[in-house]
Write a protein that binds this ligand. Structure first.
Ligand SMILES: [Fe+2]
Ligand SMILES: [Fe+2]
Length: 276
């Protein structure tokens, strides 16, 4: 099975790039399942219901989020209408929406997607480790799901690596999000789980984390906010990873970065495009 994951979509340029490119990528890679992190898709902050629909129509099977999930307050209500929109699983009990779901891929297989959030240098949610463990006990690889993808939305690379090794051999892939900067450590862990510390963002890299550079620089210099952060509007780089999953075991055979458009050096998974 071929799973395509795209990192945090930031603002209009990220959104336009993903909406335009995703249908073509889905076809080009013959992807069976697509997950997109949409936490910054509405003006850099949160997600709107219209954008949820647009991303799903463009070919996302599931939209994950993170610490920005409630920035558009109406998400607290509309998330209940969209079972393909996830929020981190380790929010307190009673939080609207859900943090995991089982979804049918194009090849007929059942994919469990879990969205969890780290706690180091971030909001103090419930412990993500037992939250993920409980989910895997309820729906493990080959005892409920044919493939399992964990979007671990976290700041600290240590926490991300620890989570990945904690579930190694029990999930198909652990994909880090939130830092908006792609890392070069994509690998298959010893137990067979594909891992990358951060997939990177779908946004303009002539920026500070997708935001127009001026205000972030100003805040570092003066420690005084002078205006709101606004997404940078230059051409986006689409950042993500392609994961090849062994249908028999649900474990990963390969992982490689996708970086298309914008300022970053371009790359695609060779194992998907070699014949193209
Ligand atoms: Fe983000
Ligand atoms: Fe985030």
């Amino acid at each position: 099975m071929r799973i395509l994951f795209l990192g945090d979509v930031v603002g209009r340029s990220g959104r336009v790039a993903v909406l335009e490119t995703l249908p073509k990528l889905r076809e080009r890679y013959r992807a069976d399942f697509v997950v997109v992190n949409g936490e910054n898709s509405a003006g850099g902050f949160g997600i709107s219901e219209a954008i949820v629909t647009e991303l799903l129509d463009a070919g996302a099977d599931v939209i994950t989020t993170g610490n920005h999930v409630w920035d558009q307050r109406e998400a607290l209500v509309f998330i209940e209408r969209h079972d393909r929109l996830l929020r981190p699983i380790n929010f307190p009990q009673g939080t609207p929406g859900k943090g995991a779901g089982l979804f049918k891929a194009a090849n007929g297989m059942d994919v469990l997607v879990i969205n969890a959030m780290g706690r180091v240098f971030m909001q103090d949610l419930d412990d993500p480790f037992p939250a993920v463990e409980r989910e895997l006990e309820a729906c493990g690889l080959k005892s409920g799901a044919d493939a399992i993808l964990l979007d671990f939305h976290a700041e600290a690379t240590s926490e991300k690596e620890a989570m990945a090794h904690f579930v190694d051999g029990r999930v198909s892939a652990v994909i880090g999000t939130h830092t908006h900067v792609p890392t070069a450590d994509e690998q298959i862990l010893n137990g067979g789980t594909a891992y990358i510390s951060d997939a990177g963002m779908c946004g303009d890299f002539d920026s500070v984390l997708g935001m127009d550079k001026e205000e972030p620089i100003n805040r570092f210099l003066t420690k005084i906010a002078s205006r709101r952060f606004a997404p940078s509007l230059g051409e986006a780089t689409i950042c993500g990873v392609g994961i090849e999953v062994d249908d028999a075991t649900g474990l990963a055979r390969a992982i490689a970065p996708v970086r298309l458009g914008g300022k970053l050096s371009q790359t695609e998974p060779a194992f998907w495009v070699a014949e193209a």
